[in-house]
Structure formats: structure tokens, C-alpha cells
Write a protein that binds this ligand. Structure first.
Ligand SMILES: Nc1ncnc2c1ncn2[C@@H]1O[C@H](COP(=O)(O)OP(=O)(O)OP(=O)(O)O)[C@@H](O)[C@H]1O
Ligand SMILES: [Mg+2]
Length: 602
């Protein structure tokens, strides 16, 4: 472990000193420096020997050009600054110096286990030397040593530390894989680089999974279900001569890696797909038998009467409740009412539920398939494979460009609900011999009592449990959610899904936002506006990537909801460029400014 003296040497020693600390209190510090090019957000290091060996990290929030003719501590600081080096004489004759104002971000202290970072509870001593953080590799190494716990050592790369305007290419910033089992927010106005940052992030998640599969890093792997309303992630900018997206990464896999990390598909779309020429792409199909009354109620407004009718009818008909011969069809409405069980319901209630299901019959329904085995419509659904993919550690993008909002929202609701119920089932099963029963019952399928529920899905999942595609058991041992992949559902254009009106009582997204982390399931909310997202979801987000925001109200909202104190970053939020982010997280002590690389150039 390097000593303070050695680190100072790496910073360039006395000749590289940038300035001297003149005034300090717990709120702000003033540094007097030679006249040089400085930007708001520049980082500085202040080695200090008072008590312990420490290095303080200082961030400029303001600066001013000053003349060499003021009194008090600044004079003393200037004297110390100007004494040894003759090259400083020029500054003196010109009488131009800089006064930097900023905050102590924190300090690293040399302890027996290494350099440990602390929140700013102390101040450096008077007249401490100040060094500027530059992209010099030796300086970068010092930064990596003292900020190790804040930068993350390995995991999911999101970009490089940003000091003022310079991206420190040798100081990468990582999120821990478990961050995906909590909730992330990515906020920034249009064109600020949200999608680009997400591409960088997806790539590092795939890289992490590759290393886990090769036994190079410890698992579990990470699973992403990325809802992609612009169909960007698969091919990124390849159509206009830029980098290929997820497709490019998967094409670079060896046959073994494809099998372990991408099969049976990494891309789903509502379009028809020629599976022979594009083997790992699939047309998305969801069976009408995969929809439950709860799903319906969480995407369209339903009265209590309609919900209780739908629930009763579902428990009676199971997965065929929508498209079976005796299912909810307008020509069946009268006949249904005449059945003893449903007599008490008003015909208008029954018809109301049927109307709410009309999207499944309309011409623009692209993804839903009928379930009515007696008429030859067997269970046809991509859902079991999606679930298995998520439980094996996969990055899966879903192109939703051709899907109606209703289809998109139902798809997300169903996938999220099933994953969530299965993980709960793992918890309640306790032992491997009980898992089949728990899976069935979590899907409302209880053969003993004649409850159908999502029987078709349950049958498929049980088959996959036996084949090992649903990796819930290891020999006789039942795995628990914390041994399975961290699952994250990425929602681009989140306000259309996660706005307060949409998130009615009973929405699975609300449940996930509150309880998901217990089961290893998180959400990533990507939005141009912070204010458009449901308050309940916002308060549960604990990793925020805040990019350039459109107006003051959005910035205030971002600051209010951030997991770390953003005092001192207000100005920066106004001047952030493309791909620049302030990353805050509840598991880190300080906000970090980060610059994502341009994905086209990686
Ligand atoms: N880190 C970066 N470095 C260089 N260029 C970038 C960076 N991030 C984004 N860009 C460029 O800026 C443009 C817009 O980026 P991007 O599509 O990621 O923005 P966005 O925030 O997702 O916008 P929208 O809200 O409209 O979806 C793209 O052409 C992209 O190549
Ligand atoms: Mg975008």
C-alpha cells in the first residue's frame, strides 16, 4: 500500500502543485492558485498529514480571477505559493491568480487495510498544497486508489470519471451487479445521450455475464429485459454506418458462448421473423391464456363489479377465459349470464369486461395468440422461454415499435408478474420437492382443487424445471432468489408506463418497486422528465444517473429524489454535455460525475 509521500510523488511533487488552500470551513473551501485553465467541476487533491495520512478531494463549484492585492489568509497562501518556484514569478508580476471556491467531497485515510474513503467530516489543514486531477496516468492511479470504494473496482462499467470537462479514461466507474436488483433511474432531456449510455451499460452487463460463464468472475449473472420502443439496441447505428448493437456483440460470441448466453433468442419483435436467416431473433407471441384478470385490471380501468365478475369467470374457465369456445365473447354474453354462478352480475358488467378485451380481437393485435385447444388453438407463447432466459442470465431486447400501447403494457405486466410470482414461490417452497406445486399455485393452477389458472404456462415451466432450463434446483437443493440472476426490466420512455394515472392500485410495477429487491428483481426507469414518474416509484429508486435536464423544475426534482446529497452540483446540472451524468447511489457515499464513451467509438 502506498504511503502519502509516495502518492504525492505520483502527483508530481512540489513542482506540480496547482495551488494552496487559503480558507476553509465545513461548507466551502477557498483555494488560491496560479492563473490556469479551470472549469467548474474540476477535481483537486489535497494531501494532508494532520493526525493521519489523508488526501482530501476538492471539487470546484465556482472560481474567480483575482488580483494579487488582498489581505488576510490569502496573502499568506500566496506567499507560500510564490516562495519556492521562480516560474511563479510571472504570475506574480502579472498579479493574476485564481480563487477557486468549492467543497470537500470527502477524504481517503491510510489505514492498515488500505486507503479508505470517508465522507467529508474533516477539513484539511491551513495552507495545504492542492494538486489538480488531470488525465496523467500516474495521477489517475492516485485517484483510483483513494476513490476505490466510490468508483467500484469491477462490475458494470458506465463510463469514466469526469473532472471538469475532461473524461479520465484511466478512471472507470462501475455499478455493482446487485444494483440491477434494485431500481435505477436514468433522467435527461432528449438527445442528452440516455440511449447511448444504456448501450454502454448493456454491453458491460453482457461482458459481465460472459466472464461469469467463463468462471472468471463470481456470479450471479445479470438479466435484462429491455423494452425498446425505438428498436435501437439491437442494431444501434449500424444502418447509418455506426456501431452494431446487441446483434454485433452476440455475433462476436463463440458457438459455446451463444449457447450459454444467447439461446434461444436475444431479440424479440412483433414483426414476422425469418428464423432461418436470423436464428437468435424471434417473433414475440403471448397466449391469451397468459393474461389474468389482475393484468387486465392493472392496464385498463375496471369497476369493482367487473373485476369480481372477471375473477370469478377466470377461476371457472382458466386460461380459456378470453378465447375459449365458452369464453368472453360478445355472442356468449347472454349465455354466460344465464349460468347460475354469474346470474347475480348485471349483463352490462359482463359486456363491459368483454369490451375491455376487444383489443385481443382487433385487426392490429400482433402478439396475442388464441387458446382454445378443442378448436385446435393450442398454447402458443414465447413467455416460458422469456422466463427461462431471465432466470439463466440473459440480455433480451424487445422491439415494441409495432405494438400498441395496450400490448406493450400487458406484455410488461405479464412478464413482470410471472417473474415476481415465481421468485416468491421459491421463497415459500423451501425445499426442491415442493417447488413444482408452488410454481403451479403461484400461477393460480391447483390441480387438486380443479383451479385452472395459468395451467398452460405452469405445464411448460414444469417441463423446463425438469430439463434444467428453469434453473431452480441444483441436485436436491432448491436455489433461492439471491443465488439466481439479478433481473432488471428496463423501461425506455417510462412515463407512458409508470405515470401516476397508469399505476393504478394493483399494478405489478408498484409491487416490484416496493418489494422487488427482496426477490432480486429491479426496474430501470428511463425518462426525459423526472416529474412525470410516479412518486411511489421515484422514492424507491436508489441508483440515479442524472443527465442534462430540460428545465429548473426537472433539476429540482432530480436533486430532491437523488440518493446522495447533490449540494454543489446545481450549476453542473445546467452545463452537462452529451453523455455526461451525475451518478448517485444509496450504496455510495458521494455523487460522481461520469462521462459515458460514445458507443460508436468503443
Ligand atoms: N457519450 C457520448 N459521446 C458522444 N456522442 C454521444 C454520446 N452520447 C450520445 N451521443 C450522441 O448524441 C445523439 C443522441 O444520443 P441518444 O440517442 O443517446 O440520446 P437520448 O437521450 O437517448 O435521446 P432521446 O431522449 O431522444 O431518446 C446520438 O447521435 C449519439 O451518438
Ligand atoms: Mg433515447
Amino acid at each position: 500500500m502506498k504511503t502519502l509521500e509516495e502518492l504525492v510523488k505520483d502527483l508530481g511533487g512540489a513542482t506540480k502543485r496547482f495551488g494552496v488552500l487559503s480558507e476553509s470551513n465545513t461548507r466551502q473551501l477557498t483555494v488560491i492558485a496560479q492563473n490556469a485553465d479551470v472549469a467548474v467541476g474540476d477535481l483537486f487533491l489535497m494531501p494532508c498529514n494532520r493526525g493521519q495520512e489523508r488526501i482530501y478531494v476538492f471539487r470546484t463549484t465556482e472560481y474567480a480571477n483575482i488580483m494579487n492585492r488582498t489581505l488576510d489568509m490569502n496573502d499568506v497562501a500566496r506567499n507560500k505559493l510564490t516562495m519556492p518556484g521562480s516560474y511563479l514569478a510571472k504570475d506574480l508580476t502579472d498579479e493574476t491568480l485564481l480563487q477557486l471556491i468549492g467543497i470537500v467531497v470527502g477524504y481517503a485515510e491510510r489505514e492498515s487495510s488500505g486507503w479508505l474513503f470517508h465522507k467529508p467530516r474533516r477539513l484539511p489543514e491551513h495552507l495545504t498544497d492542492v494538486y489538480k486531477v488531470t488525465d496523467d496516468p500516474k495521477v489517475a492511479e492516485v485517484v483510483r486508489i483513494i476513490l476505490r470504494s466510490q468508483l467500484g473496482e469491477e462490475g458494470l462499467y458506465i463510463g469514466d470519471l469526469l473532472a471538469g470537462e475532461s473524461r479520465l479514461k484511466d478512471v472507470p466507474v462501475y455499478l455493482p451487479p446487485y444494483a440491477l436488483s434494485h431500481h435505477l433511474g436514468v433522467f435527461g432531456r432528449t438527445g442528452c445521450g440516455k440511449s447511448n449510455s444504456l448501450m454502454v451499460f448493456l454491453r458491460s452487463i453482457m461482458e459481465h455475464n460472459r466472464k461469469v460463464a467463463a468462471g472468471k468472475v463470481a456470479g450471479p449473472p445479470c438479466s435484462i429485459l429491455a423494452i425498446d420502443p425505438h428498436d435501437e439496441f439491437q442494431t444501434w447505428h449500424s444502418k447509418v454506418g455506426g456501431a452494431d448493437g446487441i446483434r454485433g456483440i452476440v455475433n462476436g460470441y463463440s458457438a459455446t458462448e451463444k449457447k450459454a448466453l444467447a439461446e434461444p433468442f436475444y431479440y424479440l419483435t412483433a414483426r414476422e421473423v425469418d428464423e432461418a436467416s436470423t436464428p437468435l431473433e424471434r417473433s414475440l407471441k403471448i397466449s391469451l391464456g397468459d393474461i389474468t384478470p389482475d393484468d387486465l385490471a392493472s392496464v385498463v380501468e375496471m369497476t369493482d363489479q367487473q373485476i369480481s365478475f372477471a375473477t370469478l369467470f377466470y377461476s371457472n374457465q382458466g386460461g380459456e377465459w378470453i378465447s375459449g369456445g365458452a369464453g368472453l365473447n360478445i355472442s356468449n354474453a347472454e349465455a354466460i349470464k344465464e349460468q347460475g354462478e354469474f346470474e347475480s352480475f348485471h349483463i352490462g358488467t359482463i359486456e363491459g369486461v368483454i369490451r375491455r378485451l376487444s383489443f385481443t380481437r382487433s385487426g392490429n393485435n400482433r402478439i396475442f395468440t388464441k387458446l382454445d385447444p378443442s378448436a385446435g388453438h393450442n398454447y402458443q407463447s414465447t413467455l416460458p422461454d422469456i422466463i427461462c432466459a431471465m432466470e439463466q442470465g440473459r440480455v433480451l431486447t424487445v422491439d415494441t415499435t409495432l405494438m400498441s400501447e395496450m400490448e406493450q403494457f400487458l406484455l410488461m405486466t405479464i412478464v413482470a408478474r410471472v417473474l415476481f410470482s415465481l421468485r416468491k414461490a421459491l421463497r415459500s417452497a423451501g425445499t426442491a420437492d415442493r417447488i413444482e406445486k408452488e410454481i403451479r399455485s403461484s400461477l393460480g393452477n391447483a390441480p387438486d382443487t380443479g383451479q385452472g389458472g395459468m395451467k398452460s404456462l405452469a405445464d411448460e415451466l414444469v417441463k423446463r424445471l425438469e430439463s434444467g432450463e428453469l434453473p431452480y434446483t441444483d441436485g436436491d437443493t432448491l436455489l433461492q432468489p439471491d443465488q439466481l440472476p439479478f433481473i432488471n426490466v428496463v423501461i425506455e420512455e417510462a412515463p407512458s408506463v409508470l405515470n401516476p394515472q397508469r399505476l393504478r392500485f394493483g399494478s405489478v410495477f408498484r409491487d416490484i418497486s416496493r418489494q422487488g429487491r427482496k426477490f432480486g428483481i429491479g426496474l430501470t426507469v428511463i425518462s426525459q422528465q423526472v416529474t412525470a414518474i410516479d412518486e411511489g416509484i421515484l422514492t424507491q429508486i436508489n441508483t440515479e444517473l442524472i443527465m442534462a435536464l430540460g428545465n429548473d423544475q426537472e433539476r429540482k426534482s432530480a436533486i430532491k429524489n437523488a440518493s446522495a446529497d447533490l449540494t454543489g452540483f446545481e450549476r453542473e446540472l445546467q452545463v452537462m454535455g452529451k453523455g455526461q451524468t451525475i451518478a448517485t447511489a444509496s450504496y455510495r457515499d458521494i455523487p460522481l460525475p461520469v462521462q459515458a464513451p460514445n458507443y460508436d467509438l468503443i
